[in-house]
Design a protein around this ligand. Structure first.
Ligand code: PLP
Length: 448
């Protein structure tokens, strides 16, 4: 009874992100009530294993008392401190220092945001300001990648390359450009790493030329693994090759690690896998493991110094009321402690089990591709394996698969393009990984 009236209130009043408003009025919400570890429980007492860590964010798993205690302690002691007027709080300063110590290379300066979208948005402002300080304001063109996702702020949604974020919103802006994705499974250039890397490099250079040469291009954005586009994993060497090409043209390179950061692919940051040091790195999600909102922009010494010297005594006009929120920072510090006290190591072990288990699903008639790294993975469903015929791309089949999984006690991400995404909490036990795999097979069998 209680849950029925809640569903009614939800239908009437709560606007859900990235949803069909009319569709939602009809279908109603699946309301979660509680959670522990990797298991979530809905309002009806139905238990499910969360194969998606909320929205690729609850890396530490649910119900970690030490995180709740860190937040409560900070709320009692100092619930808010602004970073404006050169003020601050101890947890924010300590978290910035801890992150800088662990970040690749000279990414030593941290700007805290509320999440990933405003982290991306902040980089766009910083980059424009950087080129202004360098005396090259004409470097005002931005390049990102098809199937990429860089958030839902007005500017970030234009860097994003998913149609629903553009249609009807007047996006992308004229200064936002895309090159094709490295998407190995469906790449016209073929599926060898060499061919894919060569095609991406060629596309980048062609785009830069089209825009008037490197002196017009401000920055290039890439996710180490494209997440919301369908967990699209580039071949080894791709990110390094793109980074080197940008560096040779003096184009800033932004690694958007909002999903891949904080252990999701194994190391703390995915871009350290290929030894690159981007000019900026954007993070959120795993930073606080989803317990409270927070994002972080990592800025290199090189960029920081240009901006700081360029501005001199003038204020650089960018910041939020909740930048470097002390409660979020206290949570971030505790989550970082958990990562280094077994969580990263457990994630790596569980990730191997997950990938090995998903590989075994290749024998299923619906599974065209299996891909991933660590605890970030996907299977791509096709109607015909030989021809790689995609499932119908309207939302209905994805919704049906999501519903079937839910009935089986499994939360996964069913993308509209027939891709099933996995990003379980890093704390998963072997049994929980096996539950994800077994239930996936049941869902696939029921989908045949
Ligand atoms: N960048 C990437 C790569 C993301 O995956 C996301 C969200 O999924 C964002 C940015 C936006 O983050 P948020 O939803 O916290 O605003």
């Amino acid at each position: 009874m209680l849950s029925n009236s809640l569903i009614e209130l939800d239908r009437r009043h709560l606007i859900h992100p990235v949803s069909s408003y009319r569709g939602h009025e009809e279908l109603g919400a699946r309301v979660l009530k509680s959670a522990r570890g990797a298991i979530v429980t809905d309002m009806n007492g139905h238990e499910l294993v969360d194969g998606f860590a909320g929205l690729w964010c609850v890396n530490a798993g649910y119900g970690q008392d030490s995180i709740a205690e860190a937040a409560a302690r900070q709320m009692r002691e100092l619930p808010y401190a602004t970073g404006y007027f050169d003020m601050g709080s101890e947890p924010a300063i300590r978290l910035a220092a801890e992150l800088a110590e662990r970040a690749p290379g000279d990414l030593n300066h941290i700007f805290f945001t509320l999440g990933g979208s405003d982290a991306v948005d902040s980089t766009v402002r910083f980059i424009r300001y950087y080129w202004h300080c360098k005396g090259q304001p004409q470097r005002d063109q931005f390049i990102s990648i098809e199937q990429g996702y860089h958030g839902s702020s007005t500017v970030g949604a234009g860097l994003t390359a998913l149609p629903a974020f553009h249609a009807g919103f007047g996006l992308p802006f004229s200064w936002q450009h895309k090159i094709p994705s490295h998407y190995s499974y469906r790449n016209p250039a073929g599926d060898t790493p060499e061919a894919i890397i060569a095609a991406s490099l060629q596309a980048l250079h062609a785009k830069v030329e089209e825009l008037g040469g490197p002196e017009r291009v401000a920055a290039f954005y890439a996710e180490p693994i494209q997440g919301s586009g369908g967990v699209i994993v580039p071949p080894k060497g791709w990110i390094k090759a793109m980074y080197d090409a940008c560096a040779a043209m003096d184009i800033l390179f932004i690694a958007d690690e909002v999903i891949t950061g904080f252990g999701r692919t194994g190391p703390l940051f995915a871009c350290s896998d290929e030894g690159i040091v981007p000019d900026f790195m954007t993070t959120a999600k795993g930073l606080t493991s989803g317990y409270v909102p927070m994002g972080a922009v990592f800025m290199s010494d090189r960029v920081y110094d240009v901006m700081a010297d360029g501005a001199g005594a003038a204020a650089i006009g960018h910041g939020y009321t909740y930048s470097a929120h002390p409660v979020s920072a206290a949570v971030g510090l505790e989550v970082l402690r958990l990562y280094e006290n077994g969580l990263l190591a457990n994630g790596r072990r569980a990730g191997e089990r997950l990938m090995a288990g998903l590989e075994k699903l290749r024998d299923h008639p619906l599974v065209g591709d299996v891909r991933g790294r660590g605890m970030l993975a996907a299977i791509e469903l096709v109607v015909d394996k030989a021809k790689k015929t995609p499932l119908p791309t309207d939302a209905a089949p994805a919704r049906r698969i999501f519903d079937r999984a839910w009935q089986q006690g499994l939360v996964i991400r069913a993308f509209a393009n027939g891709v099933l995404g996995y990003a379980p909490p890093l704390c998963c036990t072997d049994d929980e990984i096996d539950m994800i795999l077994e239930r996936t097979r049941l869902v696939l069998d029921a989908t045949l």
